[in-house]
Design a protein around this ligand. Structure first.
Ligand code: IMP
Length: 198
């Protein structure tokens, strides 16, 4: 079985991916490979950060690997918080701090259009590949629901009445930005296995 490093320690993301690829790949996390340092994330784009993380681990461990990065882009804020989604309200901001700041920034603004974007950067034998997942929706006026994390309580995906945080996680995982990017990644990996090129 092939090893593939996923540059994360997020158990939820790991489970999402291994549930699809487990017959063919052993996915190792940063904990599994004994890496506990900081991975630089200094790019000005989501793609750039995903690639920066994947390249960092590839160079250090010389093993095929992938990394993801996500941002919430709000039209009325010219795409902010975007690449700064995790630290929108400051370096050590909590999810709640970020939600409060975003609702404040959108107070009185009618255009609530937004999208989540995930990019996964995969490096196989030094060659990078990118997989993108986008879901459009609206930012609500107030938080609703208790599932999920981050901006979930204020993001209402297109075609739904409820926020991500009000949905069963199974549904969110299918329609979400990360779910869509993950599906593209796993289809690509399974194809490579079929072609015997991995
Ligand atoms: P990361 O790149 O996956 O760590 O995501 C960066 C930030 O975007 C997180 O700290 C969250 O605030 C936000 N975020 C990412 N994915 C989601 C999601 O699925 N729902 C809500 N917020 C998210």
């Amino acid at each position: 079985m092939k090893d593939l490093i996923f540059a994360t320690n997020n158990a939820h993301k790991l489970e999402e991916i291994t549930s699809i690829t487990k017959a063919h790949f052993r996915i190792l996390t940063l904990n599994d490979i004994g890496f506990s340092g900081e991975i630089p994330e200094t790019s000005l784009s989501i793609e750039g950060n995903a690639l920066q993380k994947a390249e960092f681990i590839y160079k250090r461990f010389s093993t095929n690997c992938f990394a993801d990065d996500t941002g919430l882009e709000v039209d009325a804020l010219d795409g902010a918080p975007g690449v700064y989604s995790a630290r929108y309200a400051g370096e050590n901001a909590s999810y709640t701090d970020n939600v409060v700041k975003l609702l404040e920034a959108l107070k009185g603004i009618e255009n609530r259009n937004a999208r989540f974007k995930t990019v996964i950067a995969l490096i196989i034998d030094g060659q990078p590949y990118f997989f993108e997942g986008i879901i459009s929706g609206k930012i609500s006026d107030s938080p609703k629901g208790t599932s999920g994390f981050g901006y979930d309580p204020i993001f209402i995906p297109e075609g739904y009445q409820e926020s991500f945080a009000e949905m069963p996680s199974e549904l969110k995982n299918i329609i979400s930005h990360r779910g869509l990017a993950t599906k593209k990644l796993t289809d690509f990996l399974l194809n490579k296995v079929k072609e015997h090129s991995l």
